[in-house]
Design a protein around this ligand. Structure first.
Ligand code: G6P
Length: 613
């Protein structure tokens, strides 16, 4: 939540910052602002609403300066308005600061500062931190980086901050704990941002700041990193493997649609070099290193949130079905607070697109304390989860910018399939023939996803039939039950239609009461193992006049006679069907949202990266 970008160098900062904010807007979009240092004073411009509101506002106001900080906000403390927007300033206006995270002990800090005469104009925890730094700097007459360090020793909570000081106009100071911060190293210039997306068009050389580190960058090219205990740290410079096109819409109306269409490629990328069907092997570096630890595991616990939790559920079906290891799937937010039983014989798998979700991160820390081995399935390279796990695998889906996750989901499911296959082979729980068959079929999935995408026009037509409904029910069985949950979530997230996902057979225990001619029921009916049962479920819905859209296997002649609409997907092995059956559901929710005039990439109240509890 919240995106930060900052610049120090010889170029005009404003265009770099605005473009950077646009790239980070997926992290929050209720207000935004910039602070620019120019002619010995700090010029702050901020505005409620999207970054475009800020740039309109700034257009006819001065916005020059070669040093600046900027922020796009997802409100935690205080309403989303011009005053609560960042940057925040110190009482004497010498400092401006942007912050991503939450200062949990802001109330006692604020009370103490008020006693010392500080007056606050916003409701934010961030303004309190700004005043605290000002107070320490003034009282002890310290350079800004030292005042920041000492202030942070008094702070409880999570933060990524960047600070500018009017009295030290050639310095930018930043720090992190719990919220991400990346430093980009250009030629005679530095960038700081919540992730690499605003930096990539300027430089590929970055440093991922660690927790409780403070970085100072100067205009004459100095970069110094210290720990909060004041020890100098040696930075490790990474080369980014990202191209700028990955962050553009490339002719698509929305990032979400682009990302849906990227899936044949991204699923292929997640497998590249990791399996060979001819030779009959699947290799995941992270997993292989820990073979003996994993072999001893009594069970796997999968911890995740949102869409990643849904892919975790598919992981449970895959790992139990193929590798015969017991799996529990937990909402990370519940796991961390419910005094769970976790031992050093467990393997905890965290699934996260961003690698920054606060609850998932905290659940992992807890599991680590209890001695479990922790494994990460992550998209964003260098993210916090990727760095605290014992081992892990990236899904290599490239930047996912649409808030509703699509290609990350299929990347996660592909990786979980490879994990299940690798474990099944090592444990001898499936025959070599079936193993090779699944491996070969996994290799065919990207082409089959392309085939599903050819149904786009039909799906768009069906979307037109549902767009004005107020509720929807998604049903699936077995491997396709989590897909039903994911389909319902996609619809809720971007079109604001209330939707529920249910195991098809559970419909009888409640949701059936809701069915009438107004209720669209989307049924994933591709399972071979429970085909007759799902046909009966569809009959039950039709008997109550429900409006049925069924996802069926190519050539199905039975369901097409009962359902109002059918969308065909190519035949595949049952454990692999989620990778195909989810695609029409992604497209369906996309088209419905567009038809309802919703902002598909930035749905209301949501953020892509949830770094608060
Ligand atoms: C937010 C996003 C979802 C995402 C969830 C978990 O709610 O809007 O799309 O599934 O966080 O995020 P993660 O980055 O951990 O997968």
């Amino acid at each position: 939540m919240c995106g930060i970008v900052a610049y120090i160098g010889k170029k005009e900062a404003y265009p770099i910052l605005i473009k950077g904010l646009q790239r980070l807007e997926y992290r929050g979009y209720d207000s935004s602002g910039v602070a620019l240092l120019s002619n010995g004073s700090i010029n702050v411009l901020k505005k409620k609403g999207k970054v475009s509101e800020l740039s309109n506002f700034a257009a006819d106001r001065p916005h020059d300066g070669t040093l600046g900080i900027a922020h796009t906000r997802w409100a935690t403390h205080g309403a989303p308005d011009d005053i609560n927007a960042h940057p925040h300033q110190s009482g004497d206006k010498t400092l401006a600061l942007v912050h991503n995270g939450i200062i949990e002990n802001y109330a006692p800090l604020k009370a103490a500062l008020e006693q010392d005469g500080h007056v606050f104009i916003s409701e934010t925890d961030t303004e309190v931190l700004t005043h605290l730094i000002e107070e320490i700097k003034r009282r002890e007459n310290l350079p800004i980086e030292e005042a920041v360090r000492l202030a942070l020793t008094r702070v409880v909570g999570a933060y990524a901050i960047v600070v500018v000081d009017r009295d030290e106009p050639d310095k930018l100071v930043a720090a992190r704990k719990g919220s991400p911060l990346v430093v980009g190293i250009g030629d005679d210039e530095y960038f700081m941002a919540s992730d690499a997306t605003p930096i990539i068009e300027h430089t590929k050389r970055v440093i991922y700041l660690n927790d409780e580190e403070i970085v100072m960058a100067t205009r004459d090219g100095r970069l110094e990193i210290k720990s909060i205990e004041n020890e100098v740290q040696t930075p490790f410079i990474h080369e980014l493997d990202m191209q700028i096109e990955m962050m553009e819409k490339s002719g698509f109306d929305y990032f979400m649609l682009k990302e849906i269409y990227e899936q044949p490629k991204t699923i292929g990328d997640s497998m590249r070099g990791r399996l060979n069907a001819e030779e009959g092997w699947v290799k995941l570096g992270g997993l292989d290193e820990f073979t003996s630890r994993i072999a001893k595991a009594q069970r796997f616990i999968i911890a995740a949130c949102g869409t990643s939790w849904h892919s975790g559920l598919i992981g449970e079906y895959l790992i139990e079905d193929l590798a015969r290891i017991p799996v529990e799937v937990e909402y990370a937010s519940e796991l961390r607070y419910r005094n769970p039983i976790i031992t050093d014989e467990d393997v905890v798998i965290a699934i996260s697109q961003s690698g920054e979700t606060a609850d998932t991160l905290a659940a992992l820390e807890l599991a680590k304390e209890k001695g479990a081995m922790i494994y990460g399935i992550v998209n964003v390279v260098g993210s916090s989860i990727a760095r605290i796990t014992d081992a892990g695998s990236y899904i290599h889906a490239g930047p996912e910018i649409g808030v509703a996750s699509t290609k990350a989901f299929t990347g996660q499911v592909t990786l979980l399939t490879m994990i299940a296959l690798s474990l099944a082979q090592k444990r001898g729980t499936i025959s070599d023939e079936y193993f090779r068959k699944l491996l070969k079929e996994l290799g065919n999935i990207p082409a089959k996803v392309s085939k599903v995408l050819e149904s786009n026009a039909l799906i768009q037509y069906i979307a037109g039939e549902i767009k004005d409904r107020t509720n929807a029910l998604y049903l699936g069985r077995g491997y396709n039950f989590p897909v039903a949950l994911e389909g319902a979530l996609k619809l809720k997230e971007i079109s604001y239609i209330h939707a529920e996902g249910y195991p098809a057979a559970e419909m009888k225990h409640g949701p059936i009461a809701l069915i009438d001619e107004e209720m669209p029921v989307i049924v994933i009916a591709t399972n071979k193992s429970a085909y007759d049962k799902i046909v009966s479920n569809i009959q039950e819905v039709k008997a109550r006049k429900g409006f049925v859209i069924a996802i069926v296997t190519e050539g199905d002649t039975v369901i097409s006679k009962i359902a109002d609409h059918t969308i065909e997907i190519p035949d595949t092995e049952e454990p692999l069907t989620p990778l195909l059956s989810v695609i029409p559901l992604q497209l369906l929710s996309y088209h419905i949202a567009v038809m309802r005039g919703c902002n598909v990439d930035q749905p209301r109240n949501l953020a892509k990266s949830v770094t608060v509890e």
